[in-house]
Write a protein that binds this ligand. Structure first.
Ligand code: URA
Length: 239
C-alpha cells in the first residue's frame, strides 16, 4: 500500500495533510525517514512512525464519499453501480454504507465496517441530525418552511418530528435538518407541503460534514478528529 494512503487510512490526516508531514520529515518507515507518499509499505510488517508515534491500521475503517447521482446505496447490485464501486477494491473491503440515500440523491455517505457506530447513528431512538440541501420545483414559501419545522403528515402513523428549515440561496431551495430517517423522507415532506424535490444533497450526518473539496464520486478517510467527534456524538445521543 502507498505510504500516504496507509497514513490517511489510519486516521492521521487527509492525503494532502500526510504528504506535508512526510515532506517535513516527520514520518519514518523502519527507522528510515520517508521521502514520499508514493513509497510502498507493508502494513503488516513495516514499523511506521509519525511524529515518533507508531501508526498501525486499525480494525475499523471509515470513509466519507461524495455520493454521485445514479449510484445505489448497497454493497452489491445486479444493475446499478453501488457506492462501494466508487472506492478502490482495497478500500472497499468489508465496508457497508451507513444508511441509505436514494439513487438520485448526492452528497455525504459514510462507509465503514464498524457495525456499532453504524447502529448508533441509524437507530431511530438516537435522533441523529441529517442536513440536506434541497432544490424544489416551485418557490419555497415561509408557510412551507413553517410547516416543515412543526412536522408534517407524510402518510405514516406519526407526523414527522420537528425539523430545522431555512431558505437557501435561490427561492426554490432550502436547508432541511431532520432527525429521523424514514423512507424517502425529505421528498415526502416537501410533497406534503405542496412542493416537489428536484435535487437532494446530504451535507451532514451528526457532527460529520461533507468535505466540499470532494467532487461527486470522490472519497477520503475520516480524519481522527472527525471520527472522535462522530463517536462522541453518537454515544452522547444514547444517554
Ligand atoms: N430523504 C429522501 O427523500 N431521500 C434521500 O435520499 C434521503 C432523505
Amino acid at each position: 500500500m502507498r505510504l500516504d494512503k496507509f497514513l490517511s487510512n489510519a486516521g492521521v490526516g487527509s492525503r494532502s495533510q500526510v504528504k506535508i508531514l512526510i515532506k517535513k520529515g516527520q514520518v519514518s518507515v523502519n527507522d528510515i525517514k520517508a521521502k514520499s507518499g508514493d513509497d510502498v509499505v507493508d502494513e503488516n510488517k513495516d514499523v511506521i512512525l509519525c511524529q515518533g508515534k507508531r501508526i498501525s491500521l486499525v480494525k475499523y475503517r471509515y470513509f466519507m464519499l461524495n455520493k454521485p447521482a445514479g449510484v445505489v446505496s448497497a454493497t452489491e447490485d445486479n444493475l446499478d453501480k453501488t457506492v462501494l464501486d466508487c472506492l478502490s477494491k482495497e478500500d472497499a473491503r468489508d465496508l457497508f454504507p451507513v444508511g441509505r440515500l436514494d439513487k438520485d440523491t448526492t452528497g455525504l455517505m459514510l462507509l465503514t465496517n464498524d457495525g456499532e457506530l453504524s447502529h448508533n447513528l441509524l437507530s431511530p431512538r438516537k435522533h441523529v441530525d441529517k442536513t440536506y440541501y434541497v432544490t424544489c420545483e416551485y418557490e419555497v414559501t415561509e408557510e412551507q418552511l413553517d410547516l416543515l419545522r412543526k412536522g408534517v403528515d407524510i402518510g405514516d402513523d406519526k407526523i414527522t418530528l420537528p425539523a430545522l428549515a431555512r431558505a437557501g440561496a435561490q427561492t426554490n431551495e432550502l436547508y432541511l435538518t431532520i432527525r429521523e430517517g424514514r423512507f424517502h423522507q425529505v421528498k415526502r415532506m416537501l410533497q406534503a407541503v405542496g412542493n416537489k424535490v428536484t435535487a437532494l444533497k446530504r451535507l451532514s450526518m451528526g457532527s460529520l460534514k461533507l468535505d466540499e473539496s470532494l467532487n461527486p464520486g470522490e472519497y477520503r478517510a475520516l480524519t481522527a478528529e472527525e471520527l472522535r467527534d462522530l463517536k462522541a456524538g453518537s454515544i452522547k445521543m444514547q444517554a
